[in-house]
Design a protein around this ligand. Structure first.
Ligand code: HEM
Length: 141
């Protein structure tokens, strides 16, 4: 009987079920969820694009004088600068979010409000730093 009453009690609480693929566009992910997904995307971006691209540029910059000129031509183009900016954002976001996870791993800032605050800080700090580095990259100062 107690068990039935317990089940009846549970029914009045909000239920969270898996959402259907058609509900994805109307689902609002919490900030911590957005930071988490971006952390995975930024890690994959650095690994899959960052490492090959940086190694290629490094090789071009060292092999010969001609390849160095080629390297200079590549990195002064707007497309390479955009790729570099994306990688810089990936690194800065991954770094800030990674520090957040390490802090949470030692059981700090775990409650909902604090977690939301640290997630917001990660987004704001990483985007602000990316903006400043982007200005430098595109020669504004
Ligand atoms: C800058 C310093 C870095 C810090 C502080 C950091 C921190 C972390 C942490 C704490 C995790 C585990 C997250 C979790 O528990 O879900 C992680 C995952 C990962 N990191 Fe890093 N990381 C750094 C740099 C890098 C770099 C340079 C790369 C790639 C070249 C990278 C690639 C990855 C990948 C692919 C994952 C797995 C992501 C996932 O499965 O969601 N990280 N990082």
């Amino acid at each position: 009987m107690a068990e039935v009453a317990g089940r009846a009690g549970a029914k009045s609480r909000p239920e969270f079920r898996n959402i259907h693929v058609f509900q994805l566009s109307s689902y609002r992910l919490p900030l911590a969820g957005i930071v988490s997904i971006l952390h995975r995307i930024s890690g994959a971006l650095m690994f899959l694009v960052g490492i090959p691209f940086i190694l290629y540029l490094f090789e071009q910059s060292l092999t010969s004088e001609i390849s160095f000129e080629n390297y200079r031509a590549i990195v002064s183009g707007w497309f390479a600068k955009l790729v570099l900016l994306a990688l810089i954002w990936a690194y800065l976001h991954h770094f800030c979010a990674g520090i957040r996870y390490l802090v949470m791993d030692v059981h700090l800032a775990l409650d909902k409000e604090q977690a939301r605050g640290t997630a917001l800080s990660v987004l704001v700090v990483s985007l602000a730093l990316t903006f400043v580095v982007g200005l430098k990259l595109f020669g504004v100062f």
